[in-house]
Design a protein around this ligand. Structure first.
Ligand SMILES: C[S@@+](CC[C@H](N)C(=O)[O-])C[C@H]1O[C@@H](n2cnc3c(N)ncnc32)[C@H](O)[C@@H]1O
Length: 243
C-alpha cells in the first residue's frame, strides 16, 4: 500500500504498540476499564490494522470514522469481500475524481493511484510510477480481514463525542498545514474536544508539536526533514496523550 504523507503505514505498528503499552498501564494504575477503541480519523488504517491483534484478550468494541465517505465505503465493502481493482488508467482516474458520488472504488483509487498516496493528488502514471496496484489491492483485502469487527461510520470526529471508557487515537490534519481533505480544519476546536473527551477516555493524538494543555509526549520517530504541505518540518512524527 502506498505510504502517503500523513498516512501511518510506515510507523503504524510502532504507534499501535505504544498505544497498547501506555493504555494498558494507565488503565491498571487508574482502575480505568477499557471498553473500546476508536479512530475518528481512520483514513487507510495505518495504525488501526495492528490494534485488534494487540487487544485480542480485551473484548473491546471497535469504532472508526472519517469525513471521506468514499474511504468509509471502501472499508465497509472490503469487510464484505469486495475486491479492489488491480489496475487503473488515467481516464478512469479522472472520471472517479470528477464524480460527486462517493464509492468504494473512488476511496481506493483516490489513494492508491495518486502520487504520494494523497487523495486524488495526481495520477501516478504521470510521475513515471507503475500503474499496477495489485499489492495495494491485496493489502486492502488483508487489512479488511484484520478489522472485521470494526464499525465504520462516515462523518466528523464529533460523531464520537458521547464515548466513555474508550481509547481514542486521533490522526487529524496537522495544525498549520494546508488541509487537503476539504474544509479548513479547526485545530483549536479539535484540541478543546480532545481535552473534554480525555475526562472519560484515554486520548492519543499524532501531531508535530505538543498540543496546548495536559498532553504528554509518548512517542517520537526519528527525524526525516521534509516539507509538508508547503511547511518545513523536522519530519519527526510525535504522539501525545492527554492526562
Ligand atoms: C492524516 S489522515 C489519517 C491517516 C490515517 N491514520 C492512516 O494511516 O491512513 C487524516 C484523515 O482525517 C480525515 N478528516 C479530515 N477532517 C476530518 C474531520 N473533521 N473529522 C473526521 N475526519 C477528518 C481525512 O479524510 C483523512 O483521512
Amino acid at each position: 500500500m502506498t505510504s502517503y504523507h500523513g498516512g501511518k503505514q510506515r510507523i503504524g505498528k510502532a504507534l499501535a504498540e505504544v498505544i497498547y503499552d501506555v493504555a494498558t498501564e494507565v488503565a491498571e494504575d487508574d482502575d480505568f476499564v477499557i471498553k473500546g477503541y476508536c479512530e475518528p480519523f481512520c483514513g487507510m488504517l495505518g495504525v488501526y490494522q495492528h490494534i485488534p491483534d494487540l487487544f485480542d484478550d480485551h473484548k473491546l468494541k471497535y469504532k472508526a470514522g472519517d469525513t471521506n465517505e468514499s474511504v468509509i465505503k471502501m472499508w465497509n465493502a472490503a469487510q464484505k469481500g469486495w475486491k479492489p481493482p488491480t489496475t487503473c488508467d488515467e481516464v478512469q482516474y479522472d472520471r472517479l475524481k470528477a464524480s460527486k458520488t462517493p464509492s468504494a472504488i473512488k476511496g481506493f483509487v483516490g489513494h492508491q493511484c495518486s502520487f504520494g498516496g494523497i487523495f486524488f493528488g495526481g495520477f501516478i502514471g504521470r510521475y513515471g510510477k507503475s500503474t499496477s496496484i495489485v499489492t495495494s489491492a491485496d493489502k486492502v483485502r488483508r487489512i479488511a480481514s484484520e478489522v472485521d469487527g470494526v464499525s465504520f461510520t462516515h462523518g466528523s470526529y464529533t460523531q464520537f463525542s458521547r464515548l466513555k471508557g474508550f481509547i481514542i487515537y486521533c490522526d487529524p490534519p496537522y495544525a498549520g498545514t494546508q488541509c487537503r481533505y476539504g474544509d479548513r480544519f479547526d485545530t483549536d476546536k479539535f484540541w478543546n474536544w480532545c481535552r473534554k473527551m480525555s475526562k472519560d477516555n484515554l486520548v492519543f493524538v499524532s501531531e508535530y508539536s505538543k498540543p496546548p494543555g495536559d498532553a504528554v509526549e509518548v512517542y517520537r520517530s526519528k527525524s526525516r526533514p521534509t516539507k509538508a504541505f508547503g511547511k518545513k518540518t523536522s519530519g519527526a512524527e510525535k504522539m501525545f496523550m492527554y492526562e
